[in-house]
Design a protein around this ligand. Structure first.
Ligand code: PLP
Length: 462
């Protein structure tokens, strides 16, 4: 069974039930007293306490075992508690726990070698960061210094991170108003389900979105544009797969105007879409690839900027003005080496592709046919979205863009009470399990999702 390679060797949980309950109680109480959470009104939230995990499952502080269809925030690509990654972190910790960035280190060097081996031939160097946002910050800084230009193009319906420039790059309603000096220009991306260009086919969408992008570049002055940053398959904003020809067209525009093409592979990279990197689906090669999350399944924070030789050579003789104390931290790097090794040995990328094609796609298509509240289903590999609507004809979203409807919270609560956790954003449920989830587990998860959609159906035109 191709869907079950990595499950072997995973123990269900290392802790005892009473220990988990105690950790849950203390964890929750102290969280509410002292922890400030991301993206939240602090007093309005009731975070679930997670106290243990194994493979595709987590244990909450109330004694429940829950199937994690979100891979946390789409990063546990190899699942929780993978024995090979844990062993690598332990070995590294015993030998050399930490090292300053100016020294060479074997764990960091091997991680860089493995990552560049997976990327196009002219991408041979990696600048390591602590996560995705700082990778994008540095990628843009490198592109600006490389081209001597300042403006950066990024898409609406995108997510590039929560730090100052990264949040300016981000094109979603949580974005604080653009800083005047960020010099970020947002363009409308290809989004076939809700075409901004009144396109009726994928070909039209691709062609019209490219015409729009070309006009915007010309209006902004392409000789002032340093970089264009795009998620190869936009994730947080809706897992919408670009139509045929779009990414090639973007690549051609960047070539025509000497613009650095940055592919943000933070969420879509490292096997998530059924290929090592999502840009591979479109036959293009970016100039810079940013990554994080799946590079080491998030066991220790790690991100990075992988750059081609042209960008690298800009800084061969003159210094790059930027750095991070923990750039290429050995524990994170050792986890990346083990993670990539395990993904290769256990064929997790191939598994994600098969999972998508054989199991997830047909089930979601069936949900689209069965449920009036399902407007669209789309994705690749282990990276899928279900977009919920009030009416399949008008496509009126179940929750207006930028908001969450109470019924969305009900869906997630109901799924959770049945032991399944999807990712929820605005009017969408995302199904992003670990790449090595078993056939039995994904089937169970999709059965529960299918079941809870009857709640949203009550708010949709039959
Ligand atoms: N880029 C993309 C495409 C992401 O999905 C994310 C996080 O979800 C980021 C960047 C930011 O990464 P981090 O939260 O590690 O800074």
């Amino acid at each position: 069974d191709v869907h079950t390679p990595a499950a072997a060797g995973l123990s269900p949980s290392s802790s005892k039930p009473e220990e988990r309950l105690a950790a849950g109680r203390t964890g929750y109480a102290l969280d509410r007293q002292h922890v400030f959470h991301s993206w939240s009104a602090q007093k309005a939230i009731e975070p679930m306490t997670v106290v243990d995990a194994a493979g595709s499952w987590i244990w909450d502080g109330e004694g429940n075992r829950i199937l994690d269809l979100a891979s946390q925030l789409v990063f546990t690509n190899a699942g929780h508690k993978h024995p090979k990654i844990i062993a690598a972190i332990q070995e590294q910790a015993q030998r050399l726990c930490t090292v300053a960035p100016q020294h060479a280190n074997d764990a960091r060097s091997e991680a860089a070698r493995l990552i560049t081996e997976l990327l196009p031939d002219d991408i041979n160097h990696v600048f390591f960061t602590n996560g995705g946002a700082d990778a994008n910050e540095h990628a843009v800084r490198m592109a600006r210094l490389h081209t001597g230009r300042r403006k950066v193009f990024s898409a609406y319906r995108s997510y590039h991170g929560g730090t100052q420039l990264a949040v300016n790059l981000t094109g979603d309603p949580r974005r604080i108003p653009n800083d005047d000096d960020a010099a970020v220009v947002h363009f409308l991306p290809a989004y076939p389900y809700r075409s901004y260009f009144s396109a009726e086919t994928q070909e039209q969408e691709s062609e019209r979105a490219l015409t729009h992008l070309r006009s915007m570049l010309l209006l902004e002055g392409p000789d002032q544009v340093a970089a264009l940053i795009l998620e190869s398959v936009p994730g947080t904003a809706g897992i919408y797969v670009p139509p045929v020809g779009y990414m090639q067209g973007v690549r051609e525009l960047c070539d025509e105007f000497g613009i650095v093409f940055i592919a943000d592979e933070v969420m879509a990279g490292f096997g998530r879409t059924g290929k090592w990197f999502a840009f591979e689906h479109f036959g293009i090669e970016p100039d810079i690839v940013t990554f994080a999350k799946g590079v080491n399944s998030g066991y220790v924070p790690l991100g990075g900027v992988a750059m081609d030789d042209a960008v690298y050579n800009t800084f061969a003789e003159k210094p790059y003005p930027g750095g991070l104390t923990y750039s290429g931290h050995p524990l994170a790097a050792a986890a990346a080496v083990a993670n990539i090794g395990a993904m290769r040995e256990e064929q997790m990328v191939e598994n994600a592709a098969a999972l998508g094609q054989e199991l997830i796609a047909p089930r979601l298509q069936q949900m689209l046919a069965d449920h009036p509240s399902v407007g669209d289903v789309r994705g690749l590999g282990a990276f899928w979205a279900i977009e919920l609507v009030r009416d399949q004809q008008t496509k009126e979203p179940l929750a207006p863009y930028g908001q969450t409807h109470p019924v969305m919270n009900q869906l997630v609560a109901s799924a959770k009470s049945q032991g399944v956790l999807p990712f929820m954003n605005m009017n969408r449920l995302h199904i992003c399990p670990p790449l090595n989830i078993t056939t039995q587990d994904i089937t169970f998860g999709l059965n529960v999702i299918d079941d809870v959609l009857s709640i949203s159906d009550q708010h949709a035109t039959p």
